[in-house]
Design a binder for this molecule. Structure first.
Ligand SMILES: Cc1cc2nc3c(=O)[nH]c(=O)nc-3n(C[C@H](O)[C@H](O)[C@H](O)COP(=O)(O)OP(=O)(O)OC[C@H]3O[C@@H](n4cnc5c(N)ncnc54)[C@H](O)[C@@H]3O)c2cc1C
Length: 466
């Protein structure tokens, strides 16, 4: 039986991380072969690798992201849980001190997230994509240039073998850049005399410091995850603790506005103690560390407007290479999964290689649209800190922020507002959902709150959701 090849013979994906892997899966339905070129050695299990240094830090994969990834890889959630990922009901299982200085009540869970280390998430996705017959991996190969044909369409890439230095040209009908925040694509375009995309950068000078701990036995603990959220502009410090596989906590201390958590033991604990509430400090002070303390500082929001650029044909950009966010909002992987979901929807039903240039242009616009809401949310909150570079709050964003403050003020005590907020946080609903009259009426109701005691009672078993 002959196989239909609707869009082309060969697609090349640069970067074998979350965005690249999911893109390869989507493209495998439309191209004869998909090759993922990755400059790292790809481990045969959930191990750290050099190209994804952020993997040492907490990585929330919101329900909307997992849903999108599951469309491409059915059964992914069950596989993650089978590998030891932890199911968390939000906000039942989480001690959450909101920016309004309120501990969120343990409402019945309305969102169910799967908490795992970034390495496990990537490994389980990679294992699935590896099993797709027409997807091939070229590990330890670094893309060094784009190749263009006489019609100014991309026709492949140049790769350098990192083991022996050998250089070879790889031909393809489509090239997808998923090489992350540090993508060299603007440089590769410039090398061909092509215009580089406009870039927007909003930098809140945020730093992370993260350590793994063994989860201590404590049946009286009233939570399974904890988040002491920074509260702009007054409190630039925060911390998040998530349970992950292996009976570990991953504990990330967050410092915005250049106020970074130290990576030495004493400084790290002192920073934890200085948060608006010492819950995280008290949890870790006598817990057994299971890793060194690692820092990370390249956290600016960086958006490259490829959808507006005069790009060569047959080139698509996804993931952090297109738009990287301040990680404190946990958006990157979920946005990447949604972008690829949108890519898959755009490609579905498009047949014939002669349409490829147009289809890819349309796909780039669609994919970029997925970043609009998350970009606005991340940057308008970052801009509340006086030290943030790269933009200014407009009158409109100030008004929106004032409204969002009211929503956050109600999130801890009002089940309806809480559920609506969690749907937006989890990227099930767009941010506009927070302006629904049902939410607005409650958020704008007169405030009568004082700070609650932190949740201390044992958490009831979360309700099943979805
Ligand atoms: C500190 C931190 C914390 C984060 N926390 C969260 C979180 O809680 N939730 C969340 O959803 N997201 C989070 N993110 C974002 C998340 O890590 C990314 O959005 C996600 O990994 C998807 O990125 P990507 O696949 O586009 O790029 P990356 O993960 O950066 O991967 C790029 C890949 O391309 C490869 N590569 C680069 N150049 C080349 C080349 N020339 N040739 C071949 N291969 C190349 C790299 O080796 C790498 O494998 C966080 C990010 C940071 C920095």
């Amino acid at each position: 039986m002959s196989r239909t090849i609707p869009l082309g013979e060969h697609a090349i994906v640069i970067g074998g991380s979350m965005a690249g892997l999911l893109a390869a899966r989507a493209l495998s339905e439309h191209f004869g072969t998909v090759t993922v070129v990755e400059r790292d050695r790809l481990p045969n299990g959930p191990e750290q690798r050099k190209g994804v240094p952020q993997a040492r830090h907490v990585h929330a994969f919101w329900a909307g992201g997992l849903q999108a990834a599951q469309q491409l890889l059915p059964g992914l959630r069950a596989e993650l849980l089978a590998e030891g990922a932890v199911r968390l009901g939000m906000s039942t299982d989480m001690a959450w001190l909101t920016p309004a200085d309120r501990w969120c009540r343990h409402f019945e869970a309305t969102q169910d997230i799967v908490s795992a280390s970034r390495t496990l998430l990537e490994w389980v996705v990679r294992r699935r994509v590896r099993a797709i017959a027409n997807v091939h991996f070229l590990p330890e190969q670094e893309v060094t240039a784009l190749r263009l044909d006489q019609h100014r369409n991309v026709c492949g890439v140049t790769v350098r073998d990192r083991r022996c230095g050998e250089v070879l040209d790889l031909s393809g009908d489509l090239v997808v850049d998923a090489s992350g925040r540090g993508s060299a694509l603007p440089r590769w375009l410039a090398a061909h005399g092509l215009a580089t995309p406009k870039e927007s950068v909003v930098d809140g000078h945020l730093g992370y410091a993260t350590r793994l701990f063994e989860v201590p036995d404590d049946p009286s603990r009233g939570w399974r995850a904890a988040y002491v959220q920074p509260s702009a502009p007054a409190h630039s410090r925060g911390g998040i603790l998530f349970p992950v596989e292996g009976n570990h906590w991953v504990v990330t201390l967050i410092g915005a506005n250049g106020d970074h958590a130290p990576t030495d033991e004493e400084g790290y604990l002192a920073f934890a103690r200085s948060l608006r509430d010492p819950l995280l400090h008290d949890a870790i002070v006598s817990a057994q560390p299971a890793s060194p303390i690692c820092g990370f500082r390249h956290t600016e929001n960086r958006r490259r407007h490829y959808e507006e650029a005069d790009l060569p044909g047959r080139l698509l950009v996804v993931g952090d290479s297109l738009c990287a966010f301040n990680p404190v909002y946990g958006q990157g992987m979920t946005v990447a999964a949604k972008e690829v979901e949108r890519l898959a929807a755009t490609l579905a039903g498009c047949a014939g290689p002669d349409r490829l240039v147009d289809v890819v242009r349309r796909a780039q616009r669609e994919v970029a649209r997925c970043t609009d809401g998350p970009w606005t949310l991340a940057t308008s909150n970052d801009l509340r800190f006086p030290g943030t570079d790269g933009g200014r709050l407009t009158v409109a964003t100030r008004v929106i922020n004032r409204y969002l403050d009211r929503v956050i003020g109600a999130v801890s005590d009002d089940a309806t507002v809480n559920a609506a907020f969690l749907r937006v946080l989890n990227m099930i609903d767009p941010p506009q959902a927070l302006f629904h009259p049902r939410v607005a009426m409650r958020a704008l109701a007169p405030v009568r709150r004082s700070r609650d005691a932190r949740p201390a009672t044992p958490v009831p078993a979360p309700e099943r959701v979805g």
